[in-house]
Design a protein. Sequence first.
Length: 445
Amino acid sequence: MRILILLFLLLSLFLSTAYGQESIGFSDSENIEPLIEYRLPAWGYSNLFWDFSFRSNLEGVNRDDDSRKFNDISGILSPTYNRFYESEERVSNRFLTPSINYNRFNNPGFAENENLNRQFELGLRGALNDRFYLDQRDIFLIRSFQGNFRQLHSKEFRSSDIDGITTDINRLQRNFSTTIGGGIGIGRLRNINPMIRALRMNERLNSLGSEQEMTLNDLRNASEQFTKVNGYNQVYDRPDKYFWGDMDSEISPNLMALNPFDLFYLTDVFSESIGQRLEGGEVVAQLDLNHSVNYLETIDNIPDSESSQLNRTTMLSPNVMGVWYRNLDLKNQVGLIAQISYNTDIASGSNFSYYTLQTRAEWLHTITDRFLAQPYISYIRFMNDIKNQNLSVGSSFNYYVENNLSIFTTIQYTYIKNEINNFSESRNRFQLNAGVRYYMRRGLF
């Protein structure tokens, strides 16, 4: 509880500092339709960043005959590389994330035992996703690959209230899973970050009080120029000089006529936090094949014993997913995601299968030019012999201290309900996550 209070105080300080920052405002935030309908040429970006965060959970569990409270705290370090490419013919995403996680978990137990767990985890995740559009229409084919490796070392101290015996249990767990998928979809979901960046540049130019105005054609040219940032960073030793020199030749306002202070103010548009802006919608039917190998080794001091087991599962999962995003104005974006899937084990002969229904609604809101909020609500339901449902409500906040450093936090409440035969269990979980992100290389979002 003291940890949650401390994190809450840090969050309050973070919010008060962020709200105290000066914003240049959004003077014409509604007039974005003519620009976001523009089709950009082929473009892309890549990001390389480090995340360091702390996460704390407080959970209450209510069963038919008892109730308990649990708490845990984690420290996580995770560098991430991602790459994005978009054209009228193809959209591609790549990412790779190694991670280190230390977790301390206190479990009072429902019987006579009280458990204290310490866990150290190494992980590696990666994914490749491609969409191929047929004859520049909104029908596309999908291919995807995901891989995940985890190695978990845990030590559990279990003390009994009845006989006073303390048990030490050491576990080593390794898990490796791969998922390949393919499918077909209709619709188009576009990344419009360059357009949003061009609109924000125009608002900065207008706020300088100059008589220079950017036309719709200027905004389109500026959007295309913003898609080339990655190339300038790779080719030139002084990329900003050449980028803004070419920007000046692409638009009608004379940027070189600005005094140095106004020009610095204009080019600071790169430091703004606009989030990942998407526009449009799509419906996808996909078939995923997942193979997972899990190894568990256990050493128990009472009785003095060792055991190990190896399990393999192969799941086949046909699913249908719909995604829709809409930018209401320059400050607000809303999105809806829904997916239903059927999952069945095709290798073990256990006839194990279940349905999954997932829905999520989210709202991205720009509070100031460096401060983003993203409230959301999600619902997940698993349906088989055991009925499980999760309802989560929360919000994430992201504040850019400068172009390469941001502070982020997430607050979430989750209600979990489990039912099997005549047994039922409900859980109320409060989660607070806070950390910093350092960009070694930052793209356009």
